[in-house]
Ligand binder design. Structure first.
Ligand SMILES: Nc1ncnc2c1ncn2[C@@H]1O[C@H](COP(=O)(O)OP(=O)(O)O)[C@@H](O)[C@H]1O
Ligand SMILES: [Mg+2]
Length: 271
């Protein structure tokens, strides 16, 4: 297929049903409405930045998608069909993978062991197949991060960006179509942030949809196609990054108001 026709089919795909729709999601902890009637969506090959102050409800909302929490009310639709996600195992069946800020790597194990942690490949006789796991790890890292060399080192010895690429490789190997990344570049320097940005662009090109949670509006503007802003558990609004300025988005985060050019068409109430 030519590059041009590939681009067209990717665009057609984007016009079709969203990869994810979370509709009117509610979740309270005791008296606290952590998520209060939020609707968001994500398309294939799209990065949606989820922004908002601490306590805005970002983590709670994505934990509903990853199966860590169950919503009190609301629906999740995946590829145009209503999804039933009651636990993380269900989420994986829908090819939803989550990379938490902590990465959840086993520091004393190497990249391959981390990639297959809890989902080890075995030989026909039932033994853990270290050779095949290393070969698979080399193959996927060759695709995602060709400069990665430290296959036999414990991941403790890796840099922040290399650790992040192991976590991303793990998600992608297990067929993530929907990837949730919680603050992927929070602890990284400039060079490493650029490396993770490259990885994210590559995942996009493969048609994976990404929810990128961040408090860093600059990172989000570089990587996201759209931003969705939450405040006090409520949706402020969503906007394409090329239709708003960073000041507009800061206004959404701080004041809970849409910028004038969006408020007029959306008619949304301020929070
Ligand atoms: N497990 C929990 N138990 C009680 N309250 C919680 C829990 N998780 C989050 N909250 C509350 O829900 C609200 C939203 O939190 P959170 O989703 O973590 O926000 P964010 O990720 O945007 O910082 C906050 O008021 C927070 O204190
Ligand atoms: Mg959070």
């Amino acid at each position: 297929m030519s590059a041009a026709s590939q681009a067209t089919s990717a665009a057609d795909q984007r016009r079709a049903v969203p990869l994810v729709e979370m509709r009117d999601i509610h979740l309270s902890f005791g008296g606290v409405k952590a998520v209060d009637g939020v609707t968001i969506d994500l398309n294939p090959g799209e990065v949606v930045g989820l922004l908002g102050h601490n306590g805005a409800g970002k983590s709670t909302l994505i934990k509903v998608l990853s199966g860590a929490y169950q919503a009190d009310a609301g629906e999740i639709w995946i590829n145009g069909a209503k999804a039933d996600i009651e636990n993380p195992r269900d989420a994986r069946r829908y090819n939803i993978e989550t990379i938490y800020q902590t990465l959840e790597l086993a520091d004393n194990l190497d990249a391959a062991s981390n990639l297959f942690l809890g989902r080890e490949l075995v030989t026909p006789l039932g033994f853990v197949d270290d050779d095949r796991m290393e070969a698979e790890t080399r193959q996927i890292m060759g695709r995602l991060n060709p400069n990665f060399r430290k296959f036999s080192a414990p991941v403790r010895a890796l840099s922040g960006g290399q650790r992040q690429s192991v976590a991303i490789a793990r998600a992608v190997y297990f067929n993530a179509r929907i990837l949730i990344m919680d603050e992927p570049t929070a602890a990284l320097g400039v060079h490493e942030t650029a490396m993770v940005a490259e990885l994210i662009k590559q995942l996009k090109a493969e048609g994976i949809g990404i929810f990128l949670i961040s408090h860093d509006i600059h990172d989000v503007f570089d990587l996201a196609d759209r931003v969705t802003v939450l405040k006090n558990g409520r949706l402020v609004g969503s906007a394409k990054v090329d239709e708003v300025s960073q000041d507009d988005v800061l206004g959404m985060i701080i004041l809970g108001k849409l910028p004038p050019q969006l408020a007029s068409c959306a008619g949304a109430a301020s929070i």
